[in-house]
Design a protein around this ligand. Sequence first.
Ligand code: PLP
Length: 490
Amino acid sequence: MSKLIFEKSVTGRRAYLMPRLTAAEAAATATLPANLCATIPPALPEVSELDVVRHFTQLSQHNFSVDTNFYPLGSCTMKYNPRLTEKAASLDGFISGHPLLTQLNGNGTLTQGALEALWHTEQLLCELTGMDAYTTQPMAGAHGELTGLLLIAAYHRARNDKRTKVLVPDSAHGTNPASAAMAGFTVVPVATDPDGNVDLTDFKAKLSPDIAAVMLTCPSTLGLFEQHVVEMADLAHACGALLYYDGANLNALMGRARPGDLGFDVLHLNLHKTLSTPHGGGGPGSGTVGIKSALLPFLPMPVVVKNGSSFTLDTNRPQSIGRIAPLFGNFGVILRAYAYMLHLGGNGLREATDHAVLNANYLRVKLQEAFDIPYHRICMHEVLLSGERQAKKHGVRAIDFAKGLIDAGHHPPTIYFPLTVGEAIMIEPTETESKETLDTFIADLLRLATLAETNPSAFATMPETTTISRIDETRAARSPILKAAVTPQT
Ligand SMILES: *Cc1c(COP(=O)(O)O)cnc(C)c1O
């Protein structure tokens, strides 16, 4: 490991020299009250500019990124995002426009371009998903879920229909039950059947007049398309409930199926997964929400509307759930999605989906003998393996494979999620990776599977190529030590 910047400190070395004080400035400083003056100099490293540049560059290289290596983190869609969309989002007219200009510029002439971009993005998303309208305000997938559930609550309230529960299959993303609870609903879990679909018997038994909504993650966190989706939609609607679609991973469906056509009333999309925007580390994102026309009155304000050839903001919406985010959400993320959709076009978006699904199935077929596969059928954009065989026979667990893959130069897949599958290893290759990259990953994972049989103790020291080897991951996340202990120099 390279030296810490404090260890490189040499007394008197400088990267920057302050201008000398004039006599007047020196005199003014001398009159500062003594009790306000520090007696010990700050404990800063004394280093040259080059030391600083090397320090931060080396730190940045400890970061794993899709710009350097394969990053098949299931459910996260860590794909390569084209630089073109960065460029579009940094156009002068977009980045130099102040968001408050829409209110200040009375006739709106200065913000027409920005409003048109928002409006047209919504139109394209309607076409892509079969919905009637969108709000681009929510700033993350989970934020979109909360928005969608508040819309559903407003819909039932307007009809004086008291419904307090939301059905959430146990194969849903973990944010679903959390968002439903946050919106004030009671969460009722639904079981999964042996094929990886929602258990229809359990579903029917739990449908009742107090169900406000059914939330479906599709593809589910098992990486599977829900085969009962149309039947579930019909049953839910017959009982007066609305259908919510978690479309965080629309890269499994674009151009092949539209949630609106499948019967969904409300959905969110993660623009930062499917539709271009690098993510990770907590943001920024966009959990844009689409609705059917029955929910139009409740949309968050303001709504961008087109009058003839100009665009305005509608704030006169008495039934609106109000604002869900300041201004327009993460405008830069929305712009990247807009540029991405215009650049790829309908056929290009369908091709992205086809490749995402093909890549995942390629991995599935190549790995299905070496690992257990909980559900033997065609998967969508990600494939779920289980390391139970290796854990039971050789004591090599999913986390050991993850660490071994780091040494091979790959980001580990998602492990121990979904919770319903033991030793889960969930791999999302994404559409942007080549066959050669997938083949290298497959070869490395198969090599590790063989190593588990022949020399399981070899995993104990992995990873060996990283700055820090095995850590207590829970403690590192919950009680991190973020500063080096230094003794101040006097
Ligand atoms: C990522 C994801 C979410 C949550 O999105 P955030 O932007 O992280 O809040 C919800 N559902 C599914 C299926 C996801 O993959």
